[in-house]
Design a protein around this ligand. Structure first.
Ligand code: GLC
Length: 434
């Protein structure tokens, strides 16, 4: 199976970067690229470095790191560069087209991992670390300066695609509340449902709203201040902010190694950890929830993003215990289910086949395994790891997986894109490191 994982990454490798999957995603995606780099560390270490460097070619002058680099034209994806219209944005590389939003900040902890994994495997490791460190720092500085208007230590996302968990039920009310009377109908332009069963993908109505948000950014010339003032979608997300904390810790480790000052990053992390544990934590139900900054309300829907504070090292032992209880009791209906469904099974929106509304995703499991281990829940971590490896070994390198026991009989547990890069990469990491 490790050979298949290597083959998936090799087949998806282009000139200096890796596409997530040939069928659905023909460009370089931001957080995918981070997970994929870890996979390369075990096969062709130099490619891990190239992958990260190529991702940062798309960085904007203001520090933001876009969620897609469109390195070459490909008509098999929507929305492409013509829709995003980011030419107005000052970029380091004026030739490279990018999308106009970001994704969860993973490179702080990814590069910190790479510093360890690549030791003695590549030449010039410290040169790479010195080159990439200020770029990651600039991205975090952008997030804290531009995405935290009330200086709370919590950064907002302005689009559901920025969360990484695209059609999670967390976003339903906000998206459905948007006025889309004058929005364009883009259903005929979609490419994803030509490649994957549409019942497993977002709906056309969802897409109208996703695109209406992009049209709004274009109207405001992608100026953060205007977006903060007018965008109907402004959310302080648990996964995004937890990964920011984890990446801040990664940056602190790198700074110490390279001899840089860590005070700014330490201050960010103290503030963000405190804010996640007050504003996003609910003691009564014992879970972390996203906060809708536009409408000033907590979004009380349990998804696997709520476990990310374990990975970020954010919760105390009491909070960890409550999360563990939810993982075993509200996310599955019995021990023959696979952990961890992306949406709790007792949420009305739970759907075992639909993208981020129920299926298991390997990157979230990878975080949960490490989070549980670090809080002393070794047995449960082993269970999640066993489930993860079985899903991949028995069903293949899919994008997501049906968590229900009865899926065995249906023989369609693996769903979405197949030969999916981060599944392959994290499989290698789970077998060889975690
Ligand atoms: C989907 C996922 C997102 C991922 C992208 C590319 O949009 O929801 O997290 O980055 O595919 O794989």
């Amino acid at each position: 199976m490790q050979d298949l994982a290597k083959q998936v990454l090799s087949n998806n490798w282009r000139n200096g970067y890796t596409i997530p999957s040939a069928r659905l995603y023909p460009f370089q995606w931001n957080w995918d690229s981070g997970f994929i780099a870890l996979g390369w560390a075990y096969i062709e270490p130099q490619r891990a470095i190239d992958e990260v460097k190529t991702m940062f070619k798309g960085q904007w002058l203001n520090g933001n790191l876009p969620h897609i680099n469109f390195h070459h034209p490909d008509a098999n994806y929507f929305p492409g560069p013509d829709i995003w219209q980011t030419d107005v944005i000052p970029k380091f590389d004026t030739e490279l087209s990018t999308s106009g939003i970001t994704q969860p900040p993973v490179f702080g902890f990814i590069v910190d991992e790479l510093a360890e994994l690549l030791a003695d495997k590549v030449d010039g490791l410290d040169d790479f670390l010195r080159e990439i460190y200020p770029k990651i720092l600039a991205f975090h500085r952008y997030l804290y300066e531009k995405r935290d208007p009330h200086n709370e230590g919590l950064v907002y996302i302005q689009h559901n695609w920025e969360s990484g968990t695209d059609n999670s039920p967390i976003w339903d009310d906000i998206l459905n509340g948007m006025n889309v009377e004058n929005a364009r109908d883009v259903s005929s332009l979609r490419r994803d449902i030509k490649n994957v069963d549409s019942s497993q993908r977002p709906t056309n109505d969802n897409y109208i709203r996703y695109l209406a948000l992009i049209d709004l950014y274009i109207q405001y010339g992608y100026r953060d201040e205007d977006i903060a003032a007018h965008c109907p979608f402004l959310v302080q997300d648990v996964l995004f902010n937890s990964l920011l904390v984890k990446s801040n810790f990664g940056l602190i480790n790198l700074a110490k190694r390279l001899g840089f000052d860590t005070a700014e990053i330490e201050a960010w992390n103290t503030k963000t950890i405190e804010a996640i544990n007050t504003k996003l934590w609910d003691e009564t139900t014992g879970f972390y929830y996203a906060y809708d900054l536009r409408n000033q309300r907590s979004i009380r829907i349990k998804t696997s993003s709520g476990f990310a504070p374990l990975y970020g090292g954010i919760c105390n032992s009491n909070q960890a215990e409550k999360l563990v209880d939810h993982l075993q009791n509200t996310f599955i209906r019995g021990n023959d289910w696979y952990l961890c469904p992306s949406t709790a099974v007792n949420e009305p929106s739970f759907n075992p086949l639909k993208y981020w509304r129920g299926p298991v995703w390997i990157n979230l499991n990878w975080m949960i395994i490490q989070g549980l281990t670090s809080y002393g829940y070794g047995e449960l971590a082993a269970r999640v790891k066993r489930d993860t490896l079985r899903l991949i070994e028995e069903h293949g390198m899919y994008e997501y997986f049906d968590p229900r026991p009865e899926a065995e009989a249906l023989e369609e547990r693996g769903i979405g894109a197949d030969l999916f890069s981060w599944t392959a990469a994290l499989y290698l990491d789970l077998l060889n490191k975690h």
